[in-house]
Design a protein around this ligand. Structure first.
Ligand code: NDP
Length: 324
């Protein structure tokens, strides 16, 4: 048997149950892993609440973990029991001491990256890689606007963007978070959404920004559009405050021939070559010291409900791991 956090129905954190489930056998193309550390991500809350659809219930939640290969199924090549690996692209099932997953979703870990760091950074760090290097290729000298700048994605994004030579304006909810974002590469910080476009205008000398990275969604969407320079790119990549309602696309013309994208890590890492290259770039910036991974909270896996409550209540900063 293995231990897992499962849900039988969508709802609040109280639906997360600590249960015994049979240890699965790896089928063709699959590997059985023993998790050493599991990453907590905001997407886990969307799946729990029902905003994102699960294939069936009951379900073990969780998208990201690091650990050791215990066994491989028929046809798996390039992977052996004992290998240190991590993953971040689902399907759900990471909130467990052991799990089976398609071997082609696994990335081998460099010796210098420990399991806790890996579980804290794979999903958030690979997301930052595609946001800064592919969705919009951030250039030295650019000023960019980043929401939730002290969060898991936020602290990685601020450091990586600074490393690329960009100036980051970070939006956060408290002065303590503002200080943390500045300590991790944000040049300017703004607290709350009030007067956001006017503040961005002031900080950019009227130029506004070429790109906004917005993970807050409903509450910030319109203000974010108003912070863009003509032909700017709105990257709406999350819904921490709720999903963005449908919009009238003529707004994009009225606000300056803007571009809008709603990207997801799953698309950007669907091909194995993209997954490996994304992970490799992440490992490189972490190993060089340009980006450090802040594991600011850790919880026993059995206490995942408390971890999710803290994340939803905006009490977490940086990354959070769950320990089996
Ligand atoms: P965070 O650690 O950033 O936590 C979410 C943060 O959002 C909070 O700390 C809070 O920061 C901010 N926030 C703003 N409004 C609210 C609200 N009403 N309720 C709760 N939080 C709010 O989480 P992650 O780093 O795990 O994820 C960040 C975002 O990125 C999420 O929206 C997630 O869905 C998205 N994401 C998208 C991916 C993609 O590929 N599209 C992949 C991975 C993550 P503050 O208090 O400073 O406002």
């Amino acid at each position: 048997m293995t231990k897992a956090i499962r849900i039988h129905a969508h709802g609040g954190p109280e639906v997360l149950q600590w249960e015994d489930v049979p240890t699965p056998e790896p089928g063709p193309g699959e590997a059985l892993l023993r998790h050493a550390a599991i990453g907590l991500n905001y997407i886990d809350i969307y799946f729990r609440a029902g905003l994102y659809k699960l294939p069936s219930l009951p379900a073990t939640l969780g998208m990201e973990a690091a650990g050791t290969v215990l066994a491989i199924g028929p046809g798996v090549t390039g992977l052996a029991p004992g290998d240190r690996v991590a993953y971040a692209t689902g399907p759900v099932g990471a909130y467990a001491t052991e799990r089976v997953i398609a071997a082609d979703r696994l990335v081998k870990l460099p010796d210098a990256i420990d399991f806790t760091t890996a579980a804290a950074m794979m999903l958030q760090g690979m997301t930052v890689q595609y946001l800064l290097r592919r969705t919009h290729r951030v250039q030295p000298g650019e000023t960019i606007l980043v929401h939730a700048a002290a969060g898991g994605i936020g602290l990685i994004l601020c450091q990586w963007a600074k490393h690329l030579g960009a100036t980051v304006i970070g939006v956060v909810s408290t002065e303590a978070k503002a200080e943390l974002a500045r300590a991790h590469g944000a040049t300017h910080t703004l607290i709350g959404l009030a007067n956001l476009p006017a503040e961005v205008k002031r900080l950019t000398g009227g130029a506004m920004v070429p790109v906004v990275y917005d993970s807050v969604g409903k509450d910030s969407f319109t203000a974010s559009l108003d912070c863009l320079a003509p032909l700017g790119l709105m990257v709406s990549y999350g819904n921490a405050s709720g999903p963005v309602p449908p919009i009238d696309i003529s707004l994009l013309a009225a606000k300056g021939s803007l571009f809008l994208t709603r990207p997801s890590l799953a698309t950007y890492t669907a091909k194995r070559t993209d997954l490996l290259q994304t992970a490799e770039e992440l490992f490189a910036v972490v190993q060089s010291g340009a980006v450090s991974i802040r594991v600011n909270q850790s919880y026993p896996l059995a206490e995942t409900a408390a971890a999710q409550r803290a994340m939803e209540a905006r009490q977490t900063t940086g990354s959070t791991v769950l320990l089996p």
